[in-house]
Design a binder for this molecule. Sequence first.
Ligand SMILES: NC(=O)c1ccc[n+]([C@@H]2O[C@H](COP(=O)([O-])OP(=O)(O)OC[C@H]3O[C@@H](n4cnc5c(N)ncnc54)[C@H](O)[C@@H]3O)[C@@H](O)[C@H]2O)c1
Ligand SMILES: O=c1ccn([C@@H]2O[C@H](COP(=O)(O)OP(=O)(O)O[C@H]3O[C@H](CO)[C@@H](O)[C@H](O)[C@H]3O)[C@@H](O)[C@H]2O)c(=O)[nH]1
Length: 326
Amino acid sequence: MIRRNAPPGTEPELVWNPEFLREGSAVADCLSPDRVVLGLHPQDVSSEQRLRALYGLATRRSFFVTDYRTAELVKQAANAYLALKISYINAIAELCEQNGADVTMVSDALGADPRIGRGHLDSGIGYGGGCLPKDVRALISVAHEAGAYSLAGMLQAAQATNSARRDHAVARAASVLGPTPQGPIAVLGIAFKADTDDLREAPIVDVVNQLVDLGWEVRVYDPYVTAQRVPSCRAALEPTVSAACAGAQLVLLLGSHRLTGVTPEALGDVVGARRLLTVASRPELDRWRAAGWECIILGASATPHRTDPAVAVPAGSWTGRLPEHQ
Ligand SMILES: NC(=O)c1ccc[n+]([C@@H]2O[C@H](COP(=O)([O-])OP(=O)(O)OC[C@H]3O[C@@H](n4cnc5c(N)ncnc54)[C@H](O)[C@@H]3O)[C@@H](O)[C@H]2O)c1
Ligand SMILES: O=c1ccn([C@@H]2O[C@H](COP(=O)(O)OP(=O)(O)O[C@H]3O[C@H](CO)[C@@H](O)[C@H](O)[C@H]3O)[C@@H](O)[C@H]2O)c(=O)[nH]1
């Protein structure tokens, strides 16, 4: 297709240059990539020099120059590895919830080992978005076609863990509220992660839909999603946190979304019950507890762990941000 559409007399060269940028930090990731991967045709001698010049990183960054197939596999393997890492910590979170260990402490201590690294070790309700789920599916399919069944099996296990997290969040909410739907549930943040309005394969949307199917009235607020209705979401979106939380019997804060300007104290005055279901990776829960909230945490021990002073959020400056996003 590229050849067909090229201006007459020119011979296009195809270079495979996967991107590793993340939504929410796309510009910084683009301008300062960890590595640049180029998949080239074996006879292509000039593209590498031109791309090195384009990136302006000829000597400062890792350049990996390879064939098309390997370049694409680097991209898929990177996203699949991130999905495996998230699923691994979520599987550990499942164990923590059973035996009383603290998954956040496990993440922090594991992540202090440079061979493991702290990135993508926040337990929660699983990965979503336009990239990780799709690339995991793609690699499973490629692995099956190639007969690489170990890889396919490993990734299928991660998929199963990932969807189980959503079901688990719904089950915990139902166990807190009892079987008969009564007052409304407020859900704060539904985009697939903080600092974006992207709802593609957003895990929290799935949780919302399951709760609606169980008969609960669910009210949603997201600081970035301003539409009143989102086709994939069976609950209406409210324009403010207060509107979503008015009379709520349970507040769900299942991602790392920023709720700047909101305090647990002020929110406590509008809800029907000061009850929060959240993920272990939010550092500011002491603040909620101090404001009289019962905090039910997916994957954490019932006893709150000692807060590291380096990550403690001083009273009055609560932003709902994770340290890595500050
Ligand atoms: N979103 C990210 O952060 C990110 C980061 C790195 C790489 N990528 C990769 O970039 C690619 C695009 O991602 P995105 O997030 O921009 O997705 P997107 O869905 O926002 O954009 C894809 C675009 O391609 C168009 N399109 C789809 N099928 C087409 C077809 N057959 N012919 C012509 N146009 C078609 C769609 O209409 C849409 O405009 C994906 O392969 C993704 O893995 C995305
Ligand atoms: O510790 C973590 C980190 C992330 N997530 C979730 O994982 C998903 C993906 O997060 P992230 O990787 O930050 O988002 P993306 O913007 O989708 O970026 C991924 O997908 C891009 C598109 O392929 C790649 O370029 C990036 O390198 C890769 O990180 C989101 O639902 C997050 O909430 C967790 O549950 N725990």
